[in-house]
Design a protein around this ligand. Structure first.
Ligand SMILES: Cc1ncc(COP(=O)(O)O)c(C=O)c1O
Length: 381
């Protein structure tokens, strides 16, 4: 039985959040129970045998520990991410890691194999240029399935405009290079984009990967990647996990020799994170009404980078009627320092606490000290 929440956790825990905001000008807050619930929901899928959390989405230590205890494994894209996991998980995490570097230098592949990690190859170049590294190794190969999508062009990871994956028209050459290097391909991998809400996507990807897998007799895993979307607005329908499961169960019935893995980042952590900040100033200019808060795109770049929409509320006045339309801006010296445009807000005052929702993924990890502003601390509850 999958658990769902009728009300956002941050409404239920409003008093606790206001207390945290009392002590911190700005702060990322993560609700660990939400992460645990999301992992359990995904692990309950009958069709999926492993869920690998994409560490890039959020590498906070408590978040990683929670994911590990709930049963997630891990996808790492750099040695730094592997090191982070090793620091955080005392029982050594290596057996739970898939290492998927991309356009990385030779040394990183050598390092991955020497450390005993399961390595994913995402381009033919390493096999051609450094076949000696791959001799006797068992690897995953990342394919560009030419099917996918995403919430913004920057996160679509298929097609010629995307740098990722071995193209379907390179499979003959892949087969030849794998034989020449005396390598075994044991898994076929794809990640088709981010923020995809159609459960049919992963079934289409599985069908594409199947075509490739049949060419390599040692393959026993199809890793269908991440990209599972989360609703931007509280009233939007949530991702239909049941429908994903029934499509993939059908696939497994026809192709039981392949285990299916998923690699979600956003789905497991996005909703668990909020950014708390404070109203600094208010201003009218022409038709515009600006509501200033104490941190900006240095803490949360997604609205500027992807045009991402995040719910923003005045947490201090959550029960007051929303009466005016404001654009929420931070203190960063950029016109693009807008966290949200045309938001209806109650009459707000300096020092009110403002909450930005759904920032547990690709939030703090993408923050910077631009303008030499401080990066908010991360607090887990
Ligand atoms: C290889 C790989 N796997 C998984 C993910 C996770 O994607 P998401 O957070 O959209 O689930 C990404 C994201 O870029 C990725 O590159």
């Amino acid at each position: 039985m999958r658990e769902t929440e009728n009300e956002a956790w941050w409404l239920r825990k409003r008093e606790e959040l206001l207390e945290i905001a009392d002590q911190n000008l700005n702060a990322y807050v993560y609700d660990l129970a939400s992460i645990e619930r999301a992992v359990k929901n995904m692990l309950s899928l009958e069709s999926v045998s492993r869920v690998l959390y994409a560490v890039k989405a959020n590498f906070n230590a408590d978040v990683l520990r929670t994911l590990a205890h709930a049963g997630a494994d891990f996808d790492c894209v750099s040695p730094g991410e592997v090191d982070r996991l090793r620091d955080v998980l005392p029982d050594r995490a290596d057996g739970r890691v898939l290492f998927t570097p991309n356009f990385a230098p030779r040394d990183e592949y050598e390092w991955g194999f020497n450390e005993g990690l399961r390595v994913t190859l995402d381009n033919l170049y390493p096999l051609k240029a450094w076949p000696e590294l791959f001799a006797g190794q068992e690897i995953f190969v990342r394919i560009d399935p030419n099917k996918g999508g995403g919430h913004h062009e920057h996160v679509v990871t298929v097609g010629a405009q995307s740098k990722f994956g071995v193209s379907l028209d390179e499979i003959d050459e892949l087969e030849r290079l794998v034989k020449a290097a005396n390598t075994k391909v044991i898994g076929i991998h794809a990640h088709s984009g981010s923020g995809i809400l159609d459960p049919g996507n992963w079934h289409s990807v599985a069908m594409e990967l199947l075509q490739v897998a049949t060419r390599f007799p040692d393959v026993n895993v199809l890793d269908l990647g991440g990209g599972i979307g989360v609703p931007a607005q509280r009233d939007d329908p949530v991702f239909d996990l049941d429908s994903l499961d029934s499509l993939l169960v059908d696939f497994r019935k026809s192709h039981p020799q392949y285990k299916l893995w998923l690699e979600p980042g956003r789905y497991l952590v996005s909703g668990a994170g909020v950014l708390l900040t404070h109203v600094t100033q208010l201003k009218g200019k022409g038709d515009m009404r600006y509501l200033g808060v104490s941190t900006g795109i240095n803490s949360l770049i997604r609205p500027a980078l992807y045009g991402a929409w995040h719910e923003i509320v005045n947490l201090s006045r959550i029960d007051e009627p929303a009466t005016e339309s404001v654009t929420v801006v931070g203190p960063i010296c950029e016109t693009g320092d807008k966290l949200g445009s045309d938001r209806t807000f109650p009459n707000s005052e300096e020092n009110d606490v403002v909450l930005i929702a759904n920032v547990g993924a690709y939030g703090h990890v993408m923050s910077s000290r631009y303008n030499l502003r401080d990066i908010p601390p991360e607090i887990t509850i």
